[in-house]
Ligand binder design. Structure first.
Ligand code: ATP
Ligand code: MG
Length: 378
């Protein structure tokens, strides 16, 4: 274990496992603050690698690369949900690592995550763990239909999920997923979805960003609206639950909690052990953004002010926009209150997150109208 004194100050090198857009925005924040950044990602065209001082192009389990990363960095974090917990443990022999392997291991596996939430008294959609076809009947008795069968690992953006209305459909979906471990979830009639991004430091200090209201399309986040249009009491409850989850996990780092709102009540959907797409509004609308916060908490610095400076609507830009020529950037950039973020990905595939934009306006309804208009015009 390295005994690098805290706080780790500018000039030091920070490492990140994963080189997608979240890693890219971490890298930009860290370099802005004067840190050097080393990215580990097997993909040579990594969005974060383009921005980093050093891109180690190797697998997340490559012992040589992990040793090199651990030796060069004062601290290492992750942007990639599926980084092997064993790699974090290995790295922790060399340098400070946050979040810890046991937290990442819970968040990256739906069956662990759901079980942990239930054991710790957090409301979730009714669910059952499915390891074999035989588990489906009892599972459906618990969840009712319709239900969603979700693969326990490596699902994202609604991938690895199937809606099922019967025993037969559940069996077919389980076979389609190759019989891998799954979670069966009751399908909830959602009133809204909200999320909370927070940072928790070594001494248990916590800073929460304002609650985001999220709209998904085809299982992919489409729009986030901040402040969320929910009663104050519900927003406060979401914050209290998110904080309680972080405390009970003993979490150190930036994390997000996604909630369903149904019947006026909150249910936890998922935990993400990293910054979150629904926190991208913080880049332009908060005093500190979620990536600076990730740098601060990784370095053992005091947490930044999370105050919202303006109502904001965030819109994701997906690869679909490239299907008939590229997006109409000119239309977007004509607006002085729109901030564009593009991730530098070389290939635009349908459903792939290519960038996002934030619409800032003192009047939230006006921001939402312009966001909708630009979403169509882009
Ligand atoms: P991401 O990692 O991008 O958040 P994911 O693939 O992990 O996505 P989930 O968060 O489980 O997927 O689901 C994506 C979306 O699908 C949810 O935000 C919600 O809109 C819808 N959804 C998921 N589970 C349920 C459910 N049990 N009932 C109703 N809607 C659901
Ligand atoms: Mg989700």
């Amino acid at each position: 274990m390295s005994n690098e004194p805290l706080p780790i100050l500018p000039g030091a090198t920070l490492g990140i496992l994963g080189g997608g857009q979240l890693g890219r925005m971490f890298t930009i924040a860290a370099r802005t603050m004067g840190y050097k950044v080393m990215v580990l990602d097997p993909d040579f065209a990594s969005p974060a690698g383009q921005m980093a001082d050093v891109h180690l192009q190797a697998d997340y389990t490559d012992h040589g690369a992990l040793r090199q990363l651990g030796a060069a960095c004062a601290a290492v974090t992750t942007e990639f949900e599926n980084v092997p917990a064993a790699s974090l443990i290995e790295l922790a022999n060399h340098c400070r690592v946050s979040p810890g392997a046991q937290c990442v291991a819970i968040a990256q596996d739906r069956s662990h995550e759901k079980s942990w939430l239930a054991q710790n008294g957090f409301a979730t959609a009714p669910f059952a763990l499915v390891y074999s076809e035989g588990d489906l009947d009892a599972g459906l008795a618990d969840t009712g239909t319709p239900a969603l069968l979700k693969v326990a690992r490596f699902g994202y953006d609604g991938k690895g999920q199937a809606r099922v209305n019967s025993r037969e459909e559940a069996r077919a979906a389980f076979r389609e997923f190759g019989g891998q471990p799954c979670v069966l979830e009751g399908f909830i009639k959602l009133e809204r979805e909200v999320s909370v991004v927070l940072a928790r430091g070594d001494a248990g200090e916590c800073a929460l960003f304002p609650v985001a209201e999220n709209r998904h399309e085809n299982g992919i986040l489409d729009v986030s609206i901040i402040p969320a249009r929910v009663p104050d009491s519900l927003a406060q409850e979401a914050c209290a639950m998110a904080r309680d989850i972080a405390d009970k996990l003993g979490y150190v780092g930036v994390m997000a909690v996604e909630f369903f709102v149904a019947g006026g009540k909150l249910m936890v959907n998922e935990i993400a052990s990293r910054p979150h797409n629904s926190g991208h509004y913080t880049l332009d609308a908060c005093v500190t953004d979620q990536f600076e916060q990730q740098v601060r908490v990784l370095c053992g610095l005091p947490l930044g002010d999370t105050r919202l400076m303006s109502p904001v609507v965030m819109v994701n830009i997906l690869g679909d926009r490239w299907q008939n020529g590229g997006p109409h950037w000119d239309a977007l950039l004509a607006h002085p209150n729109i901030k564009l973020h593009v991730y530098g990905k070389e290939t635009a595939r349908a459903g792939r997150k290519m960038g996002h934009f934030n619409v800032l306006d003192a009047d939230l309804d006006r921001a939402l109208r312009l966001a909708e208009q630009m979403r169509r015009a882009l």
